[in-house]
Design a protein around this ligand. Structure first.
Ligand SMILES: NC(=O)c1ccc[n+]([C@@H]2O[C@H](COP(=O)([O-])OP(=O)(O)OC[C@H]3O[C@@H](n4cnc5c(N)ncnc54)[C@H](OP(=O)(O)O)[C@@H]3O)[C@@H](O)[C@H]2O)c1
Length: 249
């Protein structure tokens, strides 16, 4: 019998996800499956994690994140191998809004940020429902709390994730399955490189990962990371439109 907590990380080359994995292997033996599109980069992360947590098991799997059949394959292969305790769905891409004027690119952005995470969540939900066990953790964003001109394609995708997570949370209420929606604010990762270049204040990936891992432990439905963003977004969400539309947020 496998006593280690089994965790599947989708989008495992994400800097935030990598820091979550570091925290998990450093606090005790876990069985990690890292899923990403690039085998070489994912293997490099796996090798580092094996050094950090020698008692942990780390395996690598590649997938096409916008292929529904491949998403179903990943969920089946990982859950067939034994009960999965946590799936962390972490992938995403935040292009400049102007690029989404190209309708094909706009579709790709919606697919990778909205459709793909929702399909991963749905694929694991089916298996978790049968097992009546598991935590589905999805990384959304504060950007999903209110549409803004600077990133509304990305923000709308994260908004879809929130609705999906809410529905799943409702579906699994009172069961052995829990749903956790993580909402980071701007974080120092490759995704936010442009913000960093502009001198914008960013949380560290490690700090955000700590809040995420803690939120998953507590099975809290919504977790802002860092937590201060809960208050900031409460204000942003409630700003009257006639004020909001005059601001460059
Ligand atoms: N950084 C922030 O400021 C911030 C704020 C709020 C929310 N978030 C969310 O946090 C999560 C993690 O992002 P991060 O900050 O850690 O960024 P990151 O280090 O840039 O990681 C992005 C991840 O998404 C994957 N990805 C992007 N496009 C993909 C595609 N078409 N197919 C497969 N995988 C793809 C990347 O894979 P490759 O390594 O192969 O490119 C990588 O694993 C994302 O959901 C993001 O939206 C980030």
């Amino acid at each position: 019998m496998n006593a280690k907590t089994r965790i599947v990380v989708i989008g495992a080359t994400s800097a935030i996800a990598e820091h979550c994995c570091r925290l998990w292997v450093e606090r005790g033996p876990v069985d990690l499956t890292l899923v990403a599109r690039d085998a070489t980069r994912t293997e490099r992360i796996a090798t580092d994690l094996r050094v950090r947590g020698p008692a942990s098991t780390v395996t690598v799997m590649t997938a096409d994140f916008v292929d529904a059949k491949d998403i179903a394959r990943v969920a089946k292969a990982t859950t067939d191998a034994g009960a999965v305790d946590i799936v962390l769905i972490a992938h995403g891409a935040m292009p400049k809004q102007e690029l989404c004027a190209d309708i094909d690119f706009c579709r790709e952005t919606l697919e990778i940020n909205a459709v793909s995470p929702a399909l991963f969540a749905e694929a694991f939900a089916g298996h978790f429902a049968t097992a009546n066990h598991g935590t589905i953790a999805i990384i959304g964003s504060v950007a999903g709390d209110r549409g803004r001109k600077v990133n509304y394609t990305y923000g709308a995708s994260k908004g879809l994730i929130e609705r999906y997570a809410q529905g799943l949370d409702h579906r699994f209420a009172g069961s052995g399955v829990s749903v956790v929606l993580l909402k980071p604010g701007p974080t120092d990762t490759p995704m936010a490189a442009e913000h960093k270049a502009k001198g914008r204040k960013l949380a560290s990936a490690e700090q955000v990962a700590r809040t995420i891992v803690q939120g998953i432990d507590r099975r809290k439905f919504v977790v802002y990371a860092p937590p201060l963003w809960q208050l900031i977004m409460l204000i942003v969400r409630h700003l009257p439109r006639f004020i909001f539309n005059r601001l460059s947020l």
